[in-house]
Design a protein around this ligand. Structure first.
Ligand SMILES: NC(=O)CC[C@H](N)C(=O)O
Length: 431
């Protein structure tokens, strides 16, 4: 094993200097919200949930670099409930592809409660995050029967969390005995021809069990971080789902994750999220971190009252909204080398090249060529971490323009970036 490094700092931060200020900020936020918000009621339509401690309150946060922070009841276990839905949807997308999944369940916010009888004009539930759509999604997971289907779901949710998740047998049984409405929703979707199995129990039984998996806020934070990190778990480093599947899942969470409060949620908090009637919420800051919160009393929409208030406050205080204005990024143009003897100029590029960065590079290159009279332009990609497709197209078009104007462009050190050869940016090899 050797000395622990930041890469295996599991469930801990690597230094007190880094860990304490974040933990303290989260603890302060809990105290603030606990003093202000006391409304809501613990879910009791699943009898076994009624016994939850209404005072339990916890939060965890995990960055894509694998550092984990938290405060309050961060280790308490509760059932994941509907927070399982986006992760099962991710598995369905990965297994069947978006087109096939879309034939069975839609992409539209329903504006209705989580347990609504929802079928669109094609007989599909509005989206995979309300019960009807989630039950259909579960039914699509290829398996020989309910047991195998649940084993696959549990395995996937466990990979997202980075540890083996256990089942709360009592909550599962309690919902299986009383979940008549969910069985009815499954029956309706079977009649509409969109359920993936012709046995209703083969859909609802694994669904009830996926909802009864036990998680802590830390598990939720890490599950969210895996989505934030392009599908790669920040600690196990496992690619749980493809980048595009993670993106698709976050899209649904942004539009449908909080049921008929999804509009207000994205307006106020501005993060893709998913709630569950166990009192948990997961929220994601793409590219940065995941947050898990837990407080059992629910608002009328079935979202944790304190959880919603806490995330609203953190978003406002810390500027976490996905549509916050971002400042101009640092210049993508680093060191410039001019070689008068060979009439060449070389620009060292750096960071992630998005449209704005590519625009800047093209602008800077044009100016340099004008001022120096150089006829060869070197673009050195050594310190570039990624080239967005739109940036690649802009650069490729510029290379063609330059070529027509008699300027030779040399692309250096771009081997690891997998630039599309057809676009005309080809590496001339190392310097
Ligand atoms: N909103 C939820 O968390 C609902 C999940 C719960 N298992 C149900 O189907 O009713």
């Amino acid at each position: 094993m050797g000395e622990p490094t930041s890469d295996d700092a599991r469930y801990d931060t690597d230094t007190a200097l880094l860990g304490r200020p974040v933990d303290e900020a989260l603890a302060d936020a809990l105290v603030d919200v606990a003093a202000r918000v006391a409304d809501g009621a613990v879910a009791d339509y699943i009898p076994e949930l009624a016994g939850a401690d209404p005072g339990a309150f916890g939060i965890s946060m995990a960055s894509v670099l694998g550092r984990v922070y938290g405060a309050g009841d961060r280790d308490a276990l509760f059932t994941i409930q509907s927070i399982s839905k986006p992760f099962v949807y991710a598995l369905a997308l990965a297994e069947l592809g978006p087109e096939e999944v879309l034939r069975h369940v839609g992409l539209e916010p329903s504006g209705e409660p989580f347990n609504a009888i929802s079928l669109d004009e094609d007989g599909r539930p509005a989206n995979p995050l309300i019960n009807a759509g989630a039950i259909v999604t579960t039914s699509l997971i290829p398996a020989a029967g309910a047991d195998e289907r649940f084993a696959r779901l549990r395995d996937t949710l466990s990979r997202f969390a980075g540890r083996e998740l256990d089942l709360d047998e009592a909550v599962y049984r309690s919902e299986a005995q009383t979940g008549h409405r969910n069985r009815a929703l499954a029956g309706l979707t079977l009649a509409a021809g969109v359920l993936g199995t012709d046995d209703v129990d083969d859909a609802t039984d694994p669904y009830f069990r996926q909802c009864a998996l036990l998680v802590s806020t830390t598990d939720l934070a890490l599950m969210g971080t895996t989505l934030a990190n392009g599908g790669v778990h920040p600690l196990t480093r496992e690619q749980v789902v493809d980048e595009i599947v993670a993106r698709d899942t976050l899209s649904l969470m942004a539009t449908c994750g909080m049921y008929d409060r999804s509009g207000a949620w994205i307006f106020r908090v501005g993060m893709p999220a998913k709630s569950g009637v166990g009192g948990g919420i997961v929220a994601v800051k793409p590219g940065e971190f995941g947050v898990g919160v837990f407080s059992p009393p629910l608002d009328p929409a079935g979202n944790s009252s304190r959880g919603v208030a806490l995330l609203e406050m953190l978003s406002a205080r810390s500027g976490l909204h996905m549509f916050d204005h971002t400042a101009k990024p640092p210049s993508p143009t680093g060191a410039v080398t001019v070689d008068r003897a060979t009439a060449s100029v070389t620009i060292a590029l750096r960071g992630e090249l998005d449209f704005l960065a590519a625009e800047q590079v093209v602008h800077d290159a044009g100016r340099l060529l004008e001022h120096t009279g150089a006829t060869t332009l070197g673009l050195d990609f050594e310190d570039v971490t990624r080239v967005a497709p739109i940036a690649e197209r802009l650069l490729a078009a510029t290379v063609r323009e330059a070529d027509a104007a008699g300027i030779e462009v040399r692309v250096l050190n771009a081997e690891s970036l997998e630039l599309a050869p057809g676009l005309g940016i080809r590496s001339s090899g190392a310097r």
